[in-house]
Ligand binder design. Structure first.
Ligand code: P6P
Length: 335
C-alpha cells in the first residue's frame, strides 16, 4: 500500500528538499490548515450546532453576515495571532486590518482571507469554503498598515482554499504547482490526494450567473450567446453550464475537470468593477489557476498584475481553461 503523504510532510519537503518555502511559512500554512479543519467541523454540525442562519449584522461589503461567517472569521483570527509568523491579517468580514496583538511576537507575513465564501449556500447544505492568500510584509515598512497589504497578486508566497463539501479538501500552491489534500477524518489530518493539478486548455463548460445576462457588456454577451448556439453556431460544439454561487466550489470543479468561470462587470452598479474581491478572492484563485496552467483576467488584464488601491476593492473575473479566457480577452479587445 503506497504510504500516505500528509500535508505536514508535503510542506516539509517543499521547505527542505525544494527550498520553496521557509520554515516560518510552512508553520503558518499548518496553522491555517488546522483552522480550516475547525471550520469544517463547525460547518458539518449544521443545524445541530445552532450555527445556521443570519447573525443579524452586516460586513464591510454591506452584506448580511451568517453566523458561520463570524465563527469562521474568529477561528482564523484566534488560530493565527499567537504563532509569531504574522504581522497582521485582513478579512472580508473586517473593515480594517487586524494587527497581531503586541502581547505576541510579530512575524513577516500578511494573511488575507475570505473566511467562508459562498455563505448564501450555508443554510441549503451546498458546498462553501475558506479562501486564503499570504503576502510578505514589505521590509521597508515600520510596524504594519493597510498599505502593506496593497500588493499585486503576483507577489503572493502562498494561496489556497478549503472546500467544505462531500469531502473537505485543501487546495494549495506555494509556487510549485497545485496540490490537493483530502481531510482524513479518522486520522484528523489532510492527506495528499493529487499534485501537479492541470486545467485543460479547452472546455465545454461555463460558469456564470445567467440571470444577469441583460446587464452584461457586449463581449460577455457575445461569448455566452456563441456557447448557447452550440454545435450549430460559431463554436461548433455544445456547452454545458454550472453555477453553484460559491466561487470555491466552481473553481474546484474547474481545477478538477476544466471550465471557465465568469463574474463580469455589469451595469447594475456601474461604479463597481465587479462583485468579487481582488485581494482575498480573485488573487488567490488566480494564482491557483495559473499554477495549474489556466489563465485569469478581468476581461482585459491579467489579474495577478493588478495594483490594488483599496483592501476591499472589487474586480471582474474571467478564469479557467486558458483558450476560453484568451477568447474572451480577444472579444474585449475588439470592442
Ligand atoms: P451571485 C458568494 O457570495 C460569491 O462571493 C462567490 O463565491 C460566488 O461566485 C458569487 O458571490 C455568487 O454571486 O450573484 O450569483 O449570488
Amino acid at each position: 500500500m503506497s504510504s500516505k503523504v500528509s500535508l505536514s510532510r508535503y510542506l516539509v519537503e517543499q521547505q527542505r528538499s525544494k527550498g520553496k518555502i521557509p520554515a516560518d511559512l510552512r508553520l503558518l500554512l499548518e496553522v491555517v490548515a488546522r483552522a480550516c479543519k475547525s471550520i469544517s467541523h463547525a460547518v458539518n454540525k449544521g443545524a445541530l450546532g445552532g450555527v445556521l442562519g443570519s447573525a443579524e449584522s452586516e460586513n464591510v461589503q454591506g452584506e448580511v453576515q451568517k453566523k458561520l461567517d463570524i465563527i469562521a472569521n474568529e477561528v482564523l483570527l484566534e488560530a493565527n495571532e499567537w504563532g509569531g509568523h504574522l504581522a497582521a491579517m485582513a478579512s472580508e468580514e473586517m473593515d480594517t486590518i487586524h494587527p497581531v496583538p503586541n502581547r505576541y511576537p510579530q512575524g513577516e507575513y500578511l494573511l488575507l482571507f475570505d473566511p467562508l465564501d459562498g455563505s448564501s449556500n450555508i443554510d441549503v447544505n451546498v458546498s462553501i469554503g475558506t479562501i486564503f492568500s499570504v503576502l510578505k510584509k514589505p521590509e521597508s515598512s515600520q510596524g504594519v498598515s493597510e498599505q502593506d497589504f496593497l500588493q499585486p497578486g503576483k507577489q503572493q508566497v502562498a494561496a489556497g482554499y478549503c472546500v467544505y463539501g462531500p469531502q473537505t479538501t485543501l487546495v494549495l500552491t506555494v509556487g510549485d504547482g497545485v496540490a490537493m489534500f483530502t481531510l482524513d477524518r479518522e486520522q484528523g489530518s489532510f492527506v495528499l490526494t493529487q499534485e501537479n493539478v492541470q486545467v485543460p486548455a479547452d472546455t465545454q463548460e461555463f460558469a456564470i450567473n445567467m440571470s444577469n445576462m441583460r446587464h452584461w457588456d457586449e463581449p460577455v454577451r457575445r461569448y455566452i450567446d456563441e456557447c448557447l448556439l452550440g454545435q450549430e453556431g460559431p463554436r461548433g460544439k455544445n456547452f454545458n453550464m454550472r453555477w453553484i454561487a460559491s466561487m470555491v466550489a466552481d473553481v474546484h470543479r474547474i481545477l478538477t475537470r476544466g471550465g471557465v468561470f465568469m463574474y463580469p462587470w455589469d451595469k447594475r452598479e456601474p461604479h463597481k468593477a465587479g462583485k468579487l474581491r481582488l485581494m482575498y478572492e480573485a488573487n488567490p484563485m488566480s494564482w491557483l489557476i495559473e499554477q495549474a496552467g489556466g489563465a485569469s483576467t478581468n476581461g482585459q488584464q491579467r489579474i495577478l498584475d493588478m495594483q490594488p488601491t483599496q483592501l476591499h476593492e472589487r474586480v471582474s473575473v474571467v478564469l479557467g481553461s486558458r483558450n476560453e479566457v484568451e477568447r474572451l480577452t480577444q472579444y474585449h479587445a475588439k470592442v
